[in-house]
Design a protein around this ligand. Structure first.
Ligand SMILES: CC(C)(COP(=O)(O)OP(=O)(O)OC[C@H]1O[C@@H](n2cnc3c(N)ncnc32)[C@H](O)[C@@H]1OP(=O)(O)O)[C@@H](O)C(=O)NCCC(=O)NCCS
Length: 158
């Protein structure tokens, strides 16, 4: 799982995407402190301890560097994305509920976080230890960082 690099300046943020999702009652927004344990429990149940731990760290940042997708018709979290968790300038982790994949929710969660990263002053974002490289290539023109595997995540406790 190599790291990838995304250029944040000159990035083409597709704002219309968010309106399309809202028309389907799906909103993507920064999460709020009172939601912390709901978000962490959801991430832990769906994606395990490592990602929940990283997500927890993102709640310590000010502003909170975690975004969630919500199905407003059910008032339920259906996806999340974080940055500045394991390392500064690192995007990730992120994930979308199985039942909601393929609807551009992952794309929206990625774009929200990347835009926020640019706004806090980063010129580039590093996507840490990617799984679906093609997804990041497609949505964010990310490129693989040579010799970055296993990178910062080497030897984690399991
Ligand atoms: C990766 C993930 C977040 C994508 O979420 P999603 O909501 O299904 O993705 P989207 O619908 O926003 O996809 C946006 C585009 O990327 C493409 N895409 C999505 N997943 C892809 C993949 N694994 N490989 C290649 N392309 C992919 C879609 O086809 C879509 O393309 P289009 O605009 O031409 O239709 C989701 O599959 C997931 O949660 N996976 C498990 C957790 C994970 O691997 N997280 C990443 C950790 S680095």
């Amino acid at each position: 799982m190599a790291d990838m690099l995304v250029k944040l300046y000159d990035f083409d943020y597709d704002e219309s995407l968010f309106q399309h999702l809202e028309n389907s009652q799906i909103t993507v927004r920064r999460t709020k402190a009172p939601e912390k344990f709901i978000v962490l429990n959801w991430v832990k149940n769906k994606f395990g301890n490592h990602w929940a731990s990283e997500c927890d760290v993102s709640f310590s940042n000010n502003p909170i560097s975690c975004f969630i997708a919500v199905d407003e018709s059910k008032n339920k979290i259906i996806g999340f994305s974080c940055y500045d968790a394991t390392c500064k300038d690192f995007f990730g982790p992120m994930g979308v509920d199985d039942n909601y994949r393929g609807k551009n929710i992952g794309k929206a969660l990625l774009l929200k976080a990347l835009k926020s990263m640019e706004e806090v002053g980063y010129a580039y974002a590093i996507i840490g230890g990617v799984g679906p490289a093609k997804f990041y290539e497609k949505v964010a023109k990310a490129i693989i960082i040579e010799d970055s595997e296993p990178g910062i995540y080497k030897g984690l406790l399991k």
